[in-house]
Design a protein around this ligand. Structure first.
Ligand SMILES: N[C@@H](CCC[C@H](N)C(=O)O)C(=O)O
Length: 293
């Protein structure tokens, strides 16, 4: 049997493991330099659940840009860099609090590749995040399922031998949302088969996250997710926001609803006056450590 490949694990790296509804991340205090201290290859190695620490991604706490208090960047477990991470930014807010950085009335101004995002710690220990305004035009998602200046609502998409109706939403990162038909169940979905075919579909030039949704009521949505660059995860915060937005656009839900994910629930609100989406949910520190020599 051949010896395992040499690991690019960054020896002696201090890290902090957090999770939001089981969507788990390795957080690195990277405030000493403007660029991430790790390469995508090192992030892949750290995320490996056998040879590394194990996580859905690596999140970097960086110095602020554009007037923000701090910046956040992250690598998915496949080494790709997404624009934003909803569960992850709740974890980042808890990390800042644990570092003894109070924020303004518990709120932190965070610069991300999706723009300014504002998580706020709540007295009950949960975190509410102003996720900004969803992008709904095909050119913003991006997708070729419609003309660039058109919305993508209930468009047909052939995947895995069947036609799905999909709605596209960007929360800074791309999301393809599809609602199950009567008699279909989330448990019957073969995510490892259909997920990658959605993720890599040519209609999504930057790949996509895909959410499969069952409407329990206009104020309760149940979902599973296949994430771009991470696969099937227990929760996706930007995905839950995209699901609420898509459900409202399709006339299936109220602007405020509970989104049930395999890892737990998120409360999502799409404010009609400001068009901002707000997400509320938990984020917990699991352990801290240092990578071996
Ligand atoms: N799980 C995250 C999303 C992380 C990024 C996503 N995989 C992408 O590539 O867009 C969340 O909670 O939003």
């Amino acid at each position: 049997m051949s010896a395992p490949l040499p690991s690019p694990l960054p020896s002696r790296l201090s890290f902090h493991k957090y999770q939001g509804l089981g969507n788990d991340f390795i957080l690195v205090d990277n405030r000493q330099q403007p660029q991430p201290c790790l390469t995508p290859e090192q992030a892949i190695a750290l995320c490996d659940r056998r040879f590394g620490i194990g996580a859905d991604g690596v999140i970097f706490l960086l110095p602020g840009q554009a007037g923000a208090d701090f910046s956040m960047r992250l690598f998915n477990s496949d080494g790709s860099e997404p624009e934003m991470c909803g569960n992850g930014i709740r974890c980042l807010a808890q990390f800042l609090h644990r570092l003894g950085i109070p924020g303004r009335e518990g709120a932190y101004q965070i610069h991300t590749l999706a723009g300014r995002i504002v998580p706020q710690l709540r007295a009950d220990g949960q975190v509410t995040v102003d996720m900004g305004i969803p992008r709904l035009l095909a050119g913003q998602i991006p997708t070729t399922l419609a003309e660039a200046e058109q919305k993508v609502i209930q468009k047909p998409l052939s995947v895995a031998g069947r036609e799905w109706q999909v709605t596209g939403v960007s929360m800074g990162n791309p999301h393809c949302v599809t609602f199950l038909g009567a008699g279909e169940s989330l448990e019957d979905l073969d995510l490892p088969v259909v997920g990658p075919q959605f993720e890599h579909h040519p209609a999504f030039p930057e790949r996509t996250n895909t959410e499969f949704v069952q409407v329990l009521s206009p104020t309760c949505l149940r979902m599973r997710v296949w994430e771009r660059g991470a696969g099937a995860t227990l929760a996706c915060g930007t995905g839950a926001c995209a699901v609420l937005v898509a459900a409202v656009l399709e006339g299936r839900a109220e602007p405020e609803a509970t989104v049930e994910l395999p890892g737990g629930n998120l409360e999502i609100r799409w404010d009609p006056s400001t068009q901002h989406v707000f997400m509320t949910g938990p984020a917990l520190h699991v352990f801290s450590g240092t990578v071996a020599e």
